[in-house]
Design a protein around this ligand. Structure first.
Ligand code: GLV
Ligand code: MN
Ligand code: MN
Length: 417
């Protein structure tokens, strides 16, 4: 490893990185050590301000684009060269943990600071990005910020998406952007030379195999749908069952049929109904309307396409008395990361003497969209018992620091190519 790289890596500060995680975890803290920091909420705004404060303390310029992705830049010798980008997200699940997403943002900032403190001049600029609404827990679908930044989706497709309280994304986004008025303006779809994202694994493999670093090879395919079932509300005590159009009863029949569709002896298919809105949601009124989500994943292209394409026909066949509307909200084929970035991550982990293994990602990430635009890869670190999307999510300070060191070395490797 070059001396300048060694110097930068040595300046990754485990304690600072951990303390920043703990400070961020106070924003939206919930019982059980968890975090509820919904995208474009007042907690998200507070996290953005904290990050901007840390960036400005180092004189790193900050900017935002039209969907609120937040960029922190360290200039390169060639200011016009497409940057090497790193980052992740600061929003969380409603009952999320202290590390999902925020680790990649804080590790990226740690890398920028370590490189800066070592005085290393890179050919290309290096940019940190905190993507807007990676989780999709408040405003479905997930990975929205990177989808719009990369041009895979248009911003106007999402402006009317509403949260469970009926707030439109358009208004929450305007409020979020207005809260950081002195950030520079950044265009969508600006080119990047490479992208590398650090994240907790969110699964048990690294811990089980006693590895500190996961060299991520790709992300499995993902399809999301909203299914709306429309029936008629009636009195629960008086209306004979034979006369009802019970939207919840039909929704259950559809979910059972989809569960059957997704059943798989190898336990590779992932099928989740995690969100359900029932109207009028009263114990003694028959449900007139149900909206529920479908999240379906598989690593194999042909399989995820077959399963995804079968969702609507399966739902229609299972529907009994109501009418349904099936809306696909996300369609991401499996992605394979670029050997350039995968190789750079693996070299960095080996050079630092960190036990590592290659593995695919079961969770989705913004790296999925960046992989369509530039060579992309990811770095995983272990999390306790593989638990994630849960308040109990936990990770070790030393593993987080190891991930930030691998990230620092990887960014430096890529920034001079
Ligand atoms: C991201 O949080 C995902 O759902 O994979
Ligand atoms: Mn995440
Ligand atoms: Mn997540």
């Amino acid at each position: 490893m070059k001396e300048s790289m060694q110097d930068a890596v040595a300046r990754v500060d485990e304690d600072r990185l951990w303390q920043r995680h703990m400070q961020m975890a106070q924003i939206g803290a919930i019982p059980g050590n968890g975090v509820n920091r919904a995208a474009l909420s007042k907690e998200d705004i507070a996290a953005r301000k904290l990050l901007i404060g840390w960036a400005r303390a180092r004189n790193f310029p900050v900017s935002t684009d039209a969907i609120g992705n937040l960029f922190v830049r360290r200039e390169g010798l060639d200011a016009t060269a497409p940057p090497i980008m790193t980052g992740s997200h600061m929003d969380s699940q409603p009952r999320g943990g202290r590390f999902d997403g925020i680790f990649g943002v804080l590790a990226g900032l740690e890398a920028l600071e370590a490189i800066d403190a070592a005085g290393v001049r890179t050919q290309r600029p290096i940019e940190l990005v905190a993507w807007t609404n990676e989780e999709g827990g408040r405003f479905p679908p997930c990975t929205m910020g990177s989808a719009v930044f990369t041009g895979a989706r248009r911003l106007d497709e999402f402006l009317e998406v509403r949260d469970n309280e009926g707030v439109a994304l358009r208004d929450a986004l305007a409020a979020t952007l207005a809260a950081t008025p002195d950030a520079g303006k950044r265009e969508l779809m600006t080119p990047a030379a490479a992208y590398v994202e650090a994240h907790i694994e969110q699964g048990p493999r690294l811990e089980m195999e006693e590895k500190t670093i996961g060299v991520v090879t790709g992300i499995q395919g993902l399809r999301w749908f909203n299914i709306e079932v429309s029936g008629k509300t009636d009195h629960a005590g008086t209306t004979p069952l034979a006369l009802r159009k019970d939207a919840l009863k039909d929704a259950l029949a559809i979910i059972n049929a989809l569960t059957e569709l997704a059943s798989d002896a190898t336990d590779t298919v992932r099928f989740t109904v995690g969100r359900m809105l029932v109207t009028p949601n009263s114990p003694n009124s028959v449900a007139s309307h149900v909206l529920f989500s479908v999240d379906l994943r598989h690593p194999d292209l042909a399989t995820i396409r077959r399963l995804g394409d079968a969702v609507e026909p399966t739902a229609r066949t299972a529907t009994q008395r109501c009418t349904i509307k099936v809306t696909p909200t996300l369609h991401d084929d499996p992605c394979t990361f670029d050997p350039l970035v995968v190789g750079a991550v693996e070299r960095a982990a080996n050079a630092l003497g960190l036990p590592n293994m290659r593995l695919p990602s079961g969770a989705s990430h913004d790296a999925n969209y960046m992989a369509r635009r530039c060579p992309t890869g990811m770095i995983f670190v272990p999390c306790e018992n593989g638990v994630s999307h849960n308040e109990a999510e936990n990770a070790k300070p030393s593993d987080l620091a190891a991930g930030a060191r691998v990230l620092t070395a990887t960014l430096l490797d890529l920034a001079d190519r």
